[in-house]
Design a protein around this ligand. Structure first.
Ligand code: 5RP
Length: 263
């Protein structure tokens, strides 16, 4: 739709821009992590500068904090903000109940803390993220480095008791070494293929010592904005049951970062 943008980036950009319309003057806003969230940070910075809004952001990762600061947004800690009006974040998968898998970008712990500390969470996603049942995307579980192999074994043991189709658990790597989150932890990716009961799965996983948090978001997301490659956006609100569709015409993203797809 936009000369320089692929359909997937157009989808992410329109979803992000539509969600930013819900940010109002004076709000405290949680800023998600990932390539879709990066479009949101850019759209929010444009809106703040164009309209002279006074908002503060709480970033869900060092990566987002850096981008937001470079874009001229004011970033504060969650301790300073205490509670947020709205969080806008991406997702790896969402289902019809707006349960999510998050953490593909490794920021699930802070993302869950920030979204939970918000009156409202809006997820922004391209249409490919919608699934009937969660689980095709490997479920990230953040674990402390101490004894992570034992934690992995304990996870494998409880998976047998859960209604999931797969049981492979892999340590996320960054090159030759284990991936380290902003909090200094590791991530185990659970290849479950299908998660029939996300609520039970999140509860059981979080009871295992060594598990810090998992990437299932249940009853946290209020609405999803789904972008398409042709600029169409659909917003679904779980609390009101309202569904709205628009076609967005956006100006060319002249100096929008060309490498956002890899953010
Ligand atoms: C990071 C996340 C991201 O929101 C999720 O991985 C989606 O990323 P993208 O918008 O790049 O597809 O959960 O921890």
């Amino acid at each position: 739709m936009y000369e320089d943008l692929s359909p997937i980036d157009t989808a992410k950009r329109v979803a992000a821009t539509r969600a930013v319309a819900f940010v109002e003057n004076g709000m405290k806003v949680g800023l998600g992590t990932g390539s879709t969230a990066a479009w949101m940070v850019k759209a929010l910075a444009d809106k703040v500068h164009d309209k002279g809004l006074r908002i503060v952001g709480v970033a869900t990762s060092a990566q987002t904090a850096k981008l937001a600061t470079e874009m001229g947004l004011t970033i504060v800690s969650l301790n300073d903000a205490k509670w947020l009006d709205l969080t806008i974040d991406g997702a790896d998968e969402f289902d019809g109940n707006l349960s999510l898998i998050k953490g593909g970008g490794g920021a699930l712990l802070i993302e869950k803390i920030v979204a939970t500390a918000s009156d409202r969470m809006i997820v922004i996603a391209d249409a490919a993220k919608e699934v009937n049942k969660l689980g095709a995307f490997p479920l990230p579980v953040e674990v402390i480095p101490f004894g992570w192999q034992t934690t992995k074994t304990l996870i494998e043991q409880v998976l047998v008791t859960l209604d999931v189709l797969g049981s492979e658990v892999t340590l996320r790597m960054s090159g030759d070494t284990p991936y380290v989150t902003d909090e200094g932890n590791h991530i185990l990716d659970l290849h479950l293929r299908q998660i029939t009961n996300p609520r039970q799965t999140t509860t059981v996983l979080n009871q295992i010592p060594g598990v810090v948090e998992n990437g299932l978001f249940v009853d946290i997301c209020d609405a999803v904005v789904i972008g398409q490659g042709d600029g169409t956006v659909e917003m679904r609100d779980i609390s009101t049951g309202k569904v709205q569709s628009d076609k967005m015409i956006l100006s060319d993203p002249k100096n929008a970062f060309s490498d956002l797809g890899n953010t």
